[in-house]
Design a protein around this ligand. Structure first.
Ligand code: SF4
Length: 87
Protein backbone atom coordinates (compact mmCIF):
# COMPACT_ATOMS: atom_id res chain seq x y z
CA UNK A 1 0.00 0.00 0.00
CA UNK A 2 1.32 3.40 -0.86
CA UNK A 3 1.73 6.03 1.79
CA UNK A 4 -0.01 9.38 1.72
CA UNK A 5 0.55 12.69 3.46
CA UNK A 6 -2.26 13.89 5.68
CA UNK A 7 -3.51 17.41 6.39
CA UNK A 8 -1.27 17.38 9.47
CA UNK A 9 1.65 18.17 7.11
CA UNK A 10 3.42 21.42 8.00
CA UNK A 11 5.22 21.54 4.62
CA UNK A 12 8.66 21.38 6.22
CA UNK A 13 9.99 19.30 3.30
CA UNK A 14 11.95 16.89 5.50
CA UNK A 15 10.48 13.82 3.79
CA UNK A 16 11.16 14.76 0.17
CA UNK A 17 14.89 13.93 0.00
CA UNK A 18 14.39 10.75 2.04
CA UNK A 19 12.21 9.00 -0.55
CA UNK A 20 14.24 6.49 -2.58
CA UNK A 21 11.71 6.71 -5.42
CA UNK A 22 11.35 10.49 -5.73
CA UNK A 23 7.65 9.96 -5.03
CA UNK A 24 7.24 13.04 -2.84
CA UNK A 25 6.72 16.55 -4.12
CA UNK A 26 5.44 19.86 -2.83
CA UNK A 27 1.71 20.22 -3.44
CA UNK A 28 -0.50 23.28 -3.31
CA UNK A 29 -1.07 23.13 0.43
CA UNK A 30 0.81 20.10 1.74
CA UNK A 31 3.43 17.72 0.33
CA UNK A 32 2.05 14.84 -1.73
CA UNK A 33 3.07 11.25 -2.51
CA UNK A 34 2.62 9.78 -6.00
CA UNK A 35 1.07 6.34 -5.37
CA UNK A 36 2.51 5.11 -8.67
CA UNK A 37 6.00 5.64 -7.27
CA UNK A 38 5.58 4.78 -3.58
CA UNK A 39 6.63 1.23 -2.73
CA UNK A 40 6.39 1.69 1.05
CA UNK A 41 10.17 1.70 0.63
CA UNK A 42 10.07 -1.99 -0.36
CA UNK A 43 13.17 -2.58 -2.47
CA UNK A 44 15.18 0.11 -0.70
CA UNK A 45 14.64 0.12 3.06
CA UNK A 46 13.13 -2.04 5.78
CA UNK A 47 10.66 0.64 6.80
CA UNK A 48 9.05 3.72 5.32
CA UNK A 49 11.56 6.54 5.39
CA UNK A 50 9.07 9.39 5.03
CA UNK A 51 7.04 8.17 8.01
CA UNK A 52 10.23 7.88 10.08
CA UNK A 53 11.33 11.37 9.09
CA UNK A 54 8.12 13.34 9.43
CA UNK A 55 8.16 15.44 12.64
CA UNK A 56 4.36 15.52 12.87
CA UNK A 57 3.58 11.93 11.76
CA UNK A 58 1.76 13.09 8.64
CA UNK A 59 2.99 10.22 6.42
CA UNK A 60 0.46 7.45 6.83
CA UNK A 61 -0.61 4.32 4.90
CA UNK A 62 -3.08 5.10 2.11
CA UNK A 63 -5.95 2.64 2.49
CA UNK A 64 -7.10 3.43 -1.04
CA UNK A 65 -3.86 2.07 -2.51
CA UNK A 66 -3.37 -1.40 -1.06
CA UNK A 67 -0.81 -3.68 -2.72
CA UNK A 68 0.96 -6.89 -1.81
CA UNK A 69 4.66 -6.88 -1.00
CA UNK A 70 5.27 -8.66 -4.32
CA UNK A 71 3.40 -5.94 -6.22
CA UNK A 72 5.38 -3.26 -4.40
CA UNK A 73 8.63 -5.00 -5.31
CA UNK A 74 7.56 -5.21 -8.97
CA UNK A 75 6.81 -1.48 -8.88
CA UNK A 76 10.27 -0.84 -7.42
CA UNK A 77 11.89 -2.90 -10.20
CA UNK A 78 10.10 -0.86 -12.86
CA UNK A 79 11.29 2.36 -11.21
CA UNK A 80 14.88 1.11 -10.89
CA UNK A 81 15.64 -0.97 -14.01
CA UNK A 82 18.83 -2.98 -13.75
CA UNK A 83 19.27 -2.33 -10.02
CA UNK A 84 19.22 -4.99 -7.32
CA UNK A 85 16.65 -4.49 -4.57
CA UNK A 86 17.74 -4.40 -0.94
CA UNK A 87 16.99 -7.65 0.89
FE1 SF4 B 1 8.84 7.23 -0.67
FE2 SF4 B 1 9.11 5.22 1.04
FE3 SF4 B 1 7.54 7.29 1.71
FE4 SF4 B 1 6.78 5.62 -0.23
S1 SF4 B 1 7.04 5.09 1.96
S2 SF4 B 1 6.72 7.88 -0.32
S3 SF4 B 1 8.73 5.01 -1.19
S4 SF4 B 1 9.76 7.34 1.41
Amino acid sequence: MAYKISDECISCGACEPECPNAAISEGETVYVIDPDKCTECVGAHESSKCAETCPVDACVPDEEHTESRDALLEKWKKLHPGETPAA
